[in-house]
Design a binder for this molecule. Sequence first.
Ligand code: CS2
Length: 489
Amino acid sequence: MSAPRLDALDRVQGPAARPGYDPAAHGVGILHLGIGAFHRAHQAVATDDALARSGGDWRITGVSLRSREVAEALGPQNGLYTLIERGADGTKARVIGAIRDVIAADPDRVLAAMSDPAIRIVTLSVTEKGYGIDRATRAADPAHPAVAADLADPDRPSGVLGLLCAALAARQAAGIAPFTVLSCDNLPENGALLRDGVLDFARRARPDLAGWIADNVAFPSSMVDRITPAATPETLAEATRQTGCTDLAAIETEPFMQWVIEDHFPQGRPDWEAGGAIFVRDVAPYERMKLTMLNGSHSMLAYAGFLSGHRYVRDVMNDAALATLVRRHLHAAARVMPPLEGIVLADYAADLEARFHNPAIAHETYQIAMDGTQKLPQRIFQPALAALEAGQDPRAFAFATAAWMRYALGVTDTGETYALRDPREADIRAALAGVARDAGAISAALHDLPGLFPQRLTHDPAWRDAVESALALMLSDGMAQAIRHEAAA
Ligand code: CS2
């Protein structure tokens, strides 16, 4: 007989810890856009800790903008799910009660929920590409399908910018205070970027609203960190061992968790400090450190690792040559960072290596390789520019860029093809169509993709040379050999 569904806390039988509060005694205060694994491993957990320590009406309405999958898992479980932490000291599990309900692929209901006065914070984890903001101009990007649709019909929005503007308009009209908007994605100064995108969308779609948003809505930035692989059947099996229940929404993650937030919440906020969040005046240097060091080395190892046959990050770290390149990348990334009070960058780098090594976490290189065009500018290109400006060798960043270019060809050294899984996949394929298998030609075609590389990099001969010689070796000798060569250099 299969275990009963995890739909009530009194069903839980097993070692998993239960929430330290009665979920039903707390109302909602947060609406979250993008209720994937990362939200359930990060913000929802800190909120669960905040509810346990300080109470308040801060439960979460989760929104999945397009897919119904998470709602189908969490809905019948009344929002309950198991968080499994896997680390060197073994496995720990707890049931999270912070999520009250989930709305899936239903923009009208989402808009109604966002206009509810009880909602005082809208948080987002929609991935880099989910915003529809042109990163070069910081304006709403009409090439993004949801932005285009919402500009054409702003009263029936389905995308992030359109929903935020329509909900804020409804609140203004009803005399309800606006919510605070908190981005939890890996983008530099994510709050300021989102504010610019929302204001631009408002100027185009609802000109009367833009000034009110500028004067009244807070967009704090935040740096988020927790390595969270996609759940697997083993995740669900572990949840059953831990709870005695069938849990289709269980997730697993590492023990480490970090959240640095600008403390600007005019309508109040949960006691997220209870979950380890740190509140600071300026998040930008923390974001930059995390994007440059963790995410930058992650992207490098994802492309080089995937193309040399390593399925998981932990396998990459067990390949001596690749581990050397990860260390080199972290070192180069640390060198372009300004000093940050209270942080020893060498220790941060060593901790990252240990986290990447975690043998209990099965984090796929192919997962990290996704959406390269959305990730590389802040992870690799900005640090490369900073290195060039400081007179440092950009070689580590050039190698990472070459590995992405090699990946962009869509075929492994043994001839297997794969999808790039990038919103600009069609652009990339068009740019490379008819281009010879030649490092200079491939690099020229990809450097010329509109809006991707900073012009100063594209036109820097030393940079181009470094990228093209790394790519040439990847093409002639294969990725594994290129990695060995690079590690020995
Ligand atoms: C990763 C991140 O998928 C990726 O691109 O680099 O999701 C990374 O695991 C998180 O930012 C860690 O906090």
